[in-house]
Design a protein around this ligand. Structure first.
Ligand code: ATP
Length: 259
């Protein structure tokens, strides 16, 4: 019988990154498999943005490794970035350009032109239900639809890994629900590996893996059920608060690995 355990597409091994005397990441390790939704949960200052900056090649780690499908980002940054799609915490659309022009720019960056680019742009916009808005300037779109455009852009070059950095911040509840559901579905329909950073605990409840990051350390890692069992709490909010010491960031915490 064929094994159901899928390949690990992202391997993060013992990452360390400091800003002067502040250790933003201090020995962070985890793996994500194809089709897996990994929620990276952490209070403000946990190190989530720093981790994304390393994963997207903006900064280089002081120590440790990032392997994407076996390739080390340090030595193959162009190949690695071709396999990654990103939605950043801060909006990055050019609001004075149309949706299609924004996506075209990204398509060209990834070597897609002409009919291929047009086809991919239409496919992604249609799946997200915003093909009708393709020729509108982004400034005229709602916050939820702007985020959809950013997601369409992240998926345009058919990445194997999708990084979502607090992507639901500022969205109304309906748009937030839509985005979370859509991305969970992408894991199944496209076998995408997703890393979803958030401090909103409810977004992690269906995750295959939850990594709790606090002050640059991985405090716990496992399925939501394993985190509940480990902390003895009844819901993920209480489990998170119990692990992070009420999220004040002041309390002393033992590093624990659930799995
Ligand atoms: P938030 O949810 O508030 O964005 P975060 O989990 O993304 O937080 P980071 O922004 O990665 O956390 O910050 C981790 C630590 O590194 C914090 O203590 C932060 O103050 C510090 N830090 C981040 N960027 C810099 C920088 N450029 N220079 C100095 N310190 C920094």
């Amino acid at each position: 019988m064929k094994s159901s355990v899928k390949e690990s597409v992202l391997n993060i091994d013992n990452l360390v990154k400091s800003y002067g005397s502040v250790k933003a990441l201090d020995g962070v390790s985890f793996q994500v498999r194809a089709g897996e939704f990994l929620a990276l949960l952490g209070p403000n200052g946990a190190g989530k943005t720093t981790l994304f900056q390393l994963l997207t090649g903006l900064f280089v780690a002081d120590e440790g490794k990032i392997l994407v499908m076996g390739q080390d980002i340090r030595h193959n940054v162009v190949n690695v970035l071709a396999k990654i799609g990103v939605v950043f915490q801060q909006p990055t659309l050019d609001l004075d350009l149309t949706v299609r022009a924004n996506l075209n720019f990204h398509a060209r960056l990834h070597g897609m032109r002409g009919s291929k680019a047009r086809q991919r742009i239409s496919e992604e916009l249609e799946r997200l239900g915003i093909l009708d808005s393709a020729d509108q300037v982004c400034r005229s779109l709602s916050g939820g639809n702007r985020r959809k455009v950013e997601l369409a852009r992240a998926l345009l070059h058919e990445p194997r890994i999708l990084l979502m950095d607090e992507a639901t911040v500022g969205l109304d509840p309906a748009s937030r629900r839509m985005l979370v559901d859509y991305v969970y579905e992408l894991c199944v329909t496209r076998d995408l590996a997703v890393v979803w950073t958030t401090h909103l605990v409810d977004e992690t409840e269906r995750a295959r893996q939850v990594v709790v990051l606090h002050k640059g350390h991985v405090l716990a890692r496992g399925t939501p059920a394993e985190l509940l069992a480990h902390t003895g709490e009844k819901n993920m909010t209480d489990a998170f608060l119990s692990l992070t010491g009420n999220s004040s960031g002041e309390s002393e915490i033992n590093i624990q690995q659930v799995k």
